[in-house]
Ligand binder design. Structure first.
Ligand code: AVI
Length: 321
């Protein structure tokens, strides 16, 4: 059963964020803006690239352990997913849940395209009702939490290591914010990509086909399109770097020459020297023990953890206490 999504996302805020980011000494753009229609479609392609094992690992863990995960949950429950993407991997969990109860599944996404994809992917499932929320994560979650019935628990899914796109303090704060919307006994299934050899990580974020490069450069195309800017895409190069201190892979867009770009929709121009970069995303990598620590520090207890061995990736069940 499908119900229409509940809408929003302002362009003025985009203009203000672009201006803020590009006037910092280390120029930056918020990674959430990578996901317009084109960016979301490119991310789907990234997730099937041989070099990028993360999404497949996430899905394998859910496919192999879906029933075990569901066994550990208190029912009845409502499922809220933060950033559902296509929803493909969630099917394994919903399938296991559907055997035990009729489930309301609430994907929360800022991208209407991803939300539509998710509804197409999962709309055929028996015993699952989908109610999409076109919202920022925490706003959507607060709404789902407010709508649940008093006897229902909440299971929040935050899969795909999206937490890794926050820096560590912001990730911790985000976990605390999630915990703040939950009641004791509710749970969070958290996907985290684990540390692995640096060359393997760099290949995953600078694939030889250039899909990740297109995903990154699309952010400049989006600024051109939405804010009337004149970024010349061939004069920027996609770069992936490992930051040892932060334990993250960073994506940058490097200016290949000195140039000035005008962004009328944000009311300013920005100058680049040759070799200067715009930092567009960080993808933090974790140890499995760190996840237990993060759970404890944010008001959860890590009840169980499942790890993919082919591509080290952890799915951890955190229970609110
Ligand atoms: C969505 N997120 C977890 C991806 C990641 O691996 O950090 C986004 C991504 N960026 C480049 N490739 C994939």
């Amino acid at each position: 059963m499908l119900t229409p999504a509940i809408t929003a996302q302002p362009v003025l805020e985009f203009a203000a964020d672009v201006r803020d980011g590009l006037t910092k000494p280390q120029k930056e753009l918020l990674s959430k803006y990578l996901y317009d229609d084109v960016g979301s479609a490119l991310f789907e392609v990234i997730s099937v690239l041989p070099e990028y094992g993360l999404t497949r690992a996430d899905e394998r863990v859910l496919q192999r352990n879906g029933y075990d995960i569901v066994e550990r949950l208190s029912l009845p429950l409502v499922v809220a997913e933060l950033g559902s993407g296509s929803g493909k991997k969630t099917r394994w969990l919903l399938k296991a849940l559907a055997r035990r109860q009729h489930t309301a599944y609430c994907p929360i996404e800022i991208s209407p395209t991803a939300l539509a994809m998710c509804k197409r992917e999962l709309g055929d499932m028996d015993s699952i009702s989908i109610v999409g929320f076109e919202r920022e994560y925490l706003d959507g979650l607060a709404e789902v939490a407010a709508r649940r019935k008093s006897n229902q628990h909440l299971l929040v899914l935050f899969l795909g290591s999206t937490i890794g796109n926050f820096d560590r303090p912001a990730g911790m704060q985000f976990l605390r914010d999630i915990r703040g919307t939950l009641l004791p006994g509710d749970s969070l299934l958290l996907g985290t990509d684990l540390l692995k050899p640096i060359p393997q990580l760099l290949e995953a974020y600078a694939d030889p086909l250039g899909v990740t490069a297109a995903f990154n450069k699309n952010l400049l195309a989006r600024i051109n399109h939405d804010l009337g800017a004149d970024f010349e895409l061939p004069y920027f190069e996609h770069v992936a770097r490992f930051n040892n201190q932060a334990r993250s892979v960073e994506m940058h867009l490097m200016s290949k020459r000195e140039q000035t770009v005008t962004i009328p929709g944000a009311g300013f121009s920005v100058r680049f020297v040759e070799g200067e970069t715009i930092w567009t995303e960080s993808s933090h990598k974790y140890s499995k023990d760190e996840v237990f620590q993060m759970a404890g520090d944010s008001g959860f207890r890590c009840e169980a953890q499942w790890i993919d061995t082919e591509w080290p990736f952890a799915e951890s069940l955190l229970v609110a206490h």
